[in-house]
Write a protein that binds this ligand. Structure first.
Ligand code: NAP
Length: 297
């Protein structure tokens, strides 16, 4: 059976078309959306990401402001700037570019973002609400992985799922979403003794670690659905023998696509869906703020 290579770009386009419609509806009601992206220093990867984000927002009709702080900013200065954005009525969404400089406590900074403006869903309050099945704004990448699975039409109820990687903002909320959809979930992590013994039982395998080549064909049950969240830059050799950089996931795509029934490529899989979900969360955040204001919260 030919493998289904899940087209994340196509799914992202569908989500963005809906976002654009919702932004226009809100604009017709006089609600303008503005996303503030906080960056400390100028990490090169964040600068590239910020430029692409600005473009995505522009295409959606969402204003975008890059809020840059000096690289030597301390925890209190970053928190104070975020507090200004929290109380600025023109700002409807806030996100934080990572990594923050060494010595800054990232979760403590994320905790400063108003949960109703936290479009990445990384405030511990938002992550915590996922456990109750009532997120205000849910973590983007976890939502993107779940949307990607849904796009395959796979029935989650009763499915044997394995999630490799259990970070609080990616792997762990993915496991929780799957449990809430009545999948039977095994969580694998750095201390898992025999990873292959677990992954080979999975009808649905989600990998969110950040280690190229972690999952080989030997880890995969024939016919399984594979969602590769990992993003890694590796050095490889091109046809002319030159060393070049390449983006890959955690899964050995060529080998695993011969065994799996469906698989996400990297790039072009979960990544573009995450970008689209961030935009959808930006709309969701504005809607939640309106509802909260009406309720007088
Ligand atoms: P992270 O915070 O570094 O977490 C990685 C997780 O994998 C941790 O739970 C870690 O356990 C576990 N782990 C490490 N080595 C392992 C191994 N050999 N076997 C099993 N588990 C292992 O990273 P993250 O933020 O969750 O991101 C995970 C990956 O997703 C990264 O490659 C990141 O770039 C990518 N990502 C992709 C998107 C997207 O849109 N596609 C978005 C966000 C992140 P310990 O903590 O115990 O070491």
């Amino acid at each position: 059976m030919a493998v289904n290579i899940i087209d994340g770009k196509q799914l992202a386009e569908k989500i963005k078309a809906d976002v654009r419609k919702q932004v226009d509806e809100l604009a017709a009601d006089g609600v303008k959306l503005k996303l503030a992206a906080v960056m400390v220093g100028e990490p090169p990867a964040s600068m590239v990401y910020a430029r692409s984000q600005a473009k995505h927002c522009e295409n959606m009709g969402i204003s975008y402001e890059l809020v840059q702080l000096p690289a030597d900013s301390n925890q209190i200065q970053i928190a104070q700037r975020i507090e200004q954005l929290n109380t600025d009525p023109d700002i409807t969404g806030i996100m934080l570019h990572l990594p923050l400089p060494e010595g800054i406590d990232t979760p403590a900074v994320q905790y400063c973002i108003n949960p109703f403006k936290d479009v990445e869903g990384v405030n511990p309050v938002n992550i915590g609400m996922v456990f109750y099945g009532e997120p205000i704004i849910a973590p983007c990448t976890a939502l993107a992985a779940v949307e990607t699975i849904r796009s395959t039409g796979m029935e989650l109820r009763g499915t044997e799922a394995v999630v490799v990687g259990q970070s609080p903002v990616v792997g762990l909320p993915i496991s929780v979403f799957l449990i809430q959809n009545f999948a039977t979930v095994t969580a694998c992590h750095i201390a898992t003794v025999d990873l292959q013994a677990h992954t080979r039982k999975a009808d649905l395998l989600i990998v969110a670690v950040g280690k190229a080549g972690l999952i080989t064909a030997d880890h995969v049950k024939p016919g399984a659905v594979i969602i590769d969240v990992g993003i890694n830059r590796i050095k490889t050799t091109d046809a002319d023998g030159n060393t070049v950089s390449k983006t890959v996931g955690d899964v050995d795509f060529d080998a695993v696509s011969k065994v799996a029934s469906a698989i996400t490529p990297v790039p072009g899989g979960v990544g573009p869906v995450t970008v689209a979900i961030l935009l959808r969360n930006t709309v969701e955040a504005a809607r939640k703020q309106l509802t909260a204001t009406k309720k007088g919260k």
